[in-house]
Design a protein around this ligand. Sequence first.
Ligand SMILES: C[S@@+](CC[C@H](N)C(=O)[O-])C[C@H]1O[C@@H](n2cnc3c(N)ncnc32)[C@H](O)[C@@H]1O
Length: 334
Amino acid sequence: MASSPLLPAQTRPFLPHVERFFARPEFQAHHSHFAERIAERANPQRHGDLPKWQTFLDALPSIEADQIRLDQDAIQIGNTDKLDATQRKQLHDALFGLKPWRKGPYQVFDTFIDTEWRSDWKWQRVMPHISSLTGRKVLDVGCGTGYHCWRMLGDGADYVLGIDPSARFLMQYNAIQKYAQDSRFDFLPIGIEDMPTNLSVFDTVFSMGVLYHRRNPINHILELKGLLKDGGEIVLETLIVDEANGGILQPEERYAQMRNVWSITTVEKTLSLLNEAGFKNARCVDQNTTSLEEQRSTDWMQFHSLKEFLDPNDITKTIEGYPAPKRGIFIAQK
Ligand SMILES: C[S@@+](CC[C@H](N)C(=O)[O-])C[C@H]1O[C@@H](n2cnc3c(N)ncnc32)[C@H](O)[C@@H]1O
């Protein structure tokens, strides 16, 4: 499918499926806004690695995925016994070239992408508590590679828009979508701040692992609210702490080695922010301390991971001395 003439020629190769997004009626009034933001974010002059990653995508063998399963722990795209030895190696090497793979796992034909995160464990904690996704139009803010978007489709969502400003995640999505060819899932390489402010079209909006990366938590929650239809559901997953002055821990420099963690809230504070934003029926449905089995280095993500971010003598603390990562899941209605 040719990609949108709305985008500059240099950006189009990285968004081979975006025409579908532009064809959807609910986004029509915002075409030029989206095109402008996408062009800025997926600009090969800004992201010097894009052309290199594109060579891995171009090296993916042309094969048809006969079997697709979106309702199991590893997203399965393609049947294992379809490929010859050359195709197997081409597939493995091209996908491996796009590493680090952080969110998954994926089974692509016989290549198992063992990602840094067992993202399926998060989905198992979220899924029992949310309103049925059947027939819903969903937005996943900060969707990473799109792992949870696939699971949302597997659980009945009608359409999922995933947004994430990471250009690498865009290319990993492109690799999976090359085989899945699923028109119900679009990915845009943009941040929440790039979304139009008057687009209240989604039945469910997910923000998982994003709130603490935003400098102003209430603003983030209000941005999410603006994207929901009346009566729609917000699913907010974020780092939490048991106690903090004023309900918000603001790490001085780094938190678990991350430089971009601005605010970690208590459960009470998170609920009060949701109430302040005007949400109804706000509740915390799950609290979970991240385990060394859920986030770890693998062949597909060879950098340091949670183990190296915790105090080696006391894994209840980060190496900076803050409480170790614990995450809460919050749900509310607009
Ligand atoms: C901790 S990861 C969470 C990924 C996934 N939602 C999950 O729960 O596994 C945070 C994600 O938010 C993305 N992100 C960072 N800033 C963002 C922003 N301003 N708008 C949307 N996403 C953002 C990052 O690129 C990253 O993929």
